[in-house]
Design a protein around this ligand. Structure first.
Ligand SMILES: *Cc1c(COP(=O)(O)O)cnc(C)c1O
Length: 424
């Protein structure tokens, strides 16, 4: 179940009108689907004390989407100053924001402390002395290294640049105590697009074990453990969805057991990005050309500036052709954009119905890591974003880029500099 039937039923009949009104290409997101997924998540994890989702802003950094998350009581996971500012713009403050930066610099620390601060999630032990004003509440990101075999996308934790090594964990919390920290959290992120729920349960088990270990050494009672993001969605039609019900039930059991044994239990946080919005967005693009050479190509008006995942990961995104959903898929096409990059293709050797110029293609599951990943290579500009509201109305929530945006960084005050000539 990638893109839901309900989203299709509400979107497909109005797609032609939307293309006429707004022009293509655009990403469009589904308020109803996002809310349903969020409410379901809260319900499923309601048996886990203090459960909270911190939406991973990088997945779909649009204020209108963040507002939906904030309305559901979610916090935000940020890893850059821009993401912090977006979260603060919708009103999030303090413990509603996790700042999980990697290779953090002083400007990031300074801005993290402003406007009511946020939860600092430190990526390394060497950063402890670099935090300008050490907060009372501190979190560290843990990298299990050889203790976990990585999931398919994120790879082997030994090769991952994130987090503290296992051997550093105790020292890190001790040093934080010495700098005045009194409240503690623990974070990890060892999966990406994981479809096996048991892997996520293992992660919850792992963070509770580390919490136990640190408590036994330093007497720290953790306020929260954060299992990160990485809950996957099925992109391919025959893939099975992650069994989120079992994941929630088994995690609840783990946390209850921890409470029994320790007489307290940390709150559980997670940072889903893809799971929250991935299936609730799609890229709508028009067929503008076709060519038949060694392969048959359909040229569309979107290119990889709107969706990098196929080029970057060889990712599959399902495609429907409006008005031809039931037609026989008796053609084989590469669906290509206009970039001077041969991997600028949304589909390779895909069975599709016969496509005519002017047909509208819906590329599924672009609600996370879609628009946000786009770049301006080849001076190709990023597309607009729309939001399909619960009442059936549609809102423009980001305009497309213009050439003025592209040239904006070429407008600057002249600055010529003559470095001193080195002697010898
Ligand atoms: C990317 C990221 C997430 C979200 O990952 P999804 O795969 O979208 O769920 C969460 N936490 C951190 C620290 C991340 O870098």
């Amino acid at each position: 179940m990638p893109m839901s039937q309900s989203f299709k039923d509400r979107l497909f009949p109005i797609t032609e009108q939307l293309v006429e009104h707004y022009g293509s290409p655009f990403h469009i997101y589904d308020e109803v689907g996002i809310r349903e997924t969020g409410e379901n998540l809260k319900k499923l994890f309601s048996g886990v004390e203090g459960f909270r989702e911190y939406y991973a802003v990088k997945a779909l950094p649009n204020p209108s989407i963040l507002q939906l998350m904030f309305d559901m009581g979610f916090g935000f996971d940020c890893s850059s100053i821009g993401e912090l500012q977006l979260s603060r713009q919708v009103g999030a403050r303090g413990e509603e924001i996790m700042f999980t930066s990697n290779n953090t610099d002083q400007t990031e620390f300074r801005i993290a402390e402003e406007e009511g601060g946020c939860v600092l999630n430190l990526d390394d032990i060497s950063l402890i002395e670099k935090v300008p004003v050490f907060p009372e509440l501190i979190c560290f990101r843990y990298n299990p290294g050889p203790r976990r075999t990585g999931n398919v996308i994120i790879g082997n934790p030994v090769e991952a640049k994130y987090g503290l090594s296992h051997e550093q964990v105790i020292d890190a919390y001790r040093l934080a105590q010495q700098r005045g920290a009194k409240r503690f959290g623990l974070h990890t992120m060892v999966a990406s697009n994981e479809l096996d729920y048991t892997y996520m349960v293992e992660t919850a088990k792992m963070v509770l074990e580390i919490a136990e270990l640190v408590e036994s050494e330093l007497g720290i009672k953790f306020e929260f453990v954060n299992i990160g993001g990485g809950v996957g969605i099925p992109y391919e039609p025959d893939q099975e969805a992650l069994d989120i019900d079992s994941m929630a039930a088994e995690i609840e059991t783990l946390f209850s057991a921890f409470r029994e044994k320790h007489n307290y239990v940390p709150r559980m946080y997670m940072e889903s990005g893809r799971f929250m919005t991935g299936p609730h967005g799609c890229l709508v693009t028009s067929a503008i050309n076709h060519k038949n050479i060694y392969r048959n190509y359909i040229g569309v008006d979107a290119c990889m500036s709107a969706l990098m995942r196929p080029a970057l990961y060889g990712a599959y995104h399902h495609i429907d052709v409006i008005g031809k959903e039931a037609a026989a898929k008796d053609q084989i096409y590469d669906v290509a954009g206009s970039l001077c990059e041969n991997n600028d293709k949304f589909a390779v050797q895909r069975e599709l119905p016969k496509i005519d110029e002017g047909d509208i293609l819906v590329i599924h599951d672009t609600g996370a890591h879609g628009h946000a990943m786009g770049f301006q290579y080849n001076a190709k500009l990023r597309s607009k974003e729309l939001l399909l509201r619960a009442d059936g109305s549609v809102e423009l929530i980001r305009r497309e880029e213009t050439l003025d945006d592209y040239f904006a960084t070429l407008t600057f005050t002249e600055d010529q500099f003559s470095p001193k000539q080195s002697k010898g």
